[in-house]
Design a protein around this ligand. Sequence first.
Ligand code: HEC
Length: 101
Amino acid sequence: MKRALLIMAAMAAISAPAMADEALAKSKNCMACHAVDKKLVGPAYKDVAKKYAGDAKAADMLAAKIVKGGSGVWGAIPMPANTQVNPAEAKKLATWVLSLK
Ligand code: HEC
């Protein structure tokens, strides 16, 4: 029993950062256009992670795109600039998106 509780506590500790980043995405309004595993206005974050899997430069490229917006990769709809996001937050969000599977 004690052991099971310890394992649960360890699992909560591991998943906590990912949850914090999802909360950041929610607070920055990203989830108005994106979902983790289905396409809304923008691509599903899991599809983004798949597309750039193994691309070492993807986090910086996506962080810049999150701040400035962009178009032409996923379809006809552009992503507007997200001026409420600073570069550090954008990098955090890009890293989180890329970590999704
Ligand atoms: C108004 C809707 C909208 C909002 C708000 C929005 N996005 Fe997007 N996002 C899009 C669309 C549309 C695309 C596809 C753009 C394209 O095809 O290049 C996209 C693309 C992306 C991509 C993939 C870019 C690429 O080049 O593959 C990432 C990562 C992303 N968004 C993250 C975010 C994050 C993080 C936020 C919050 C700060 C956010 N988005 C807010 C609509 C939105």
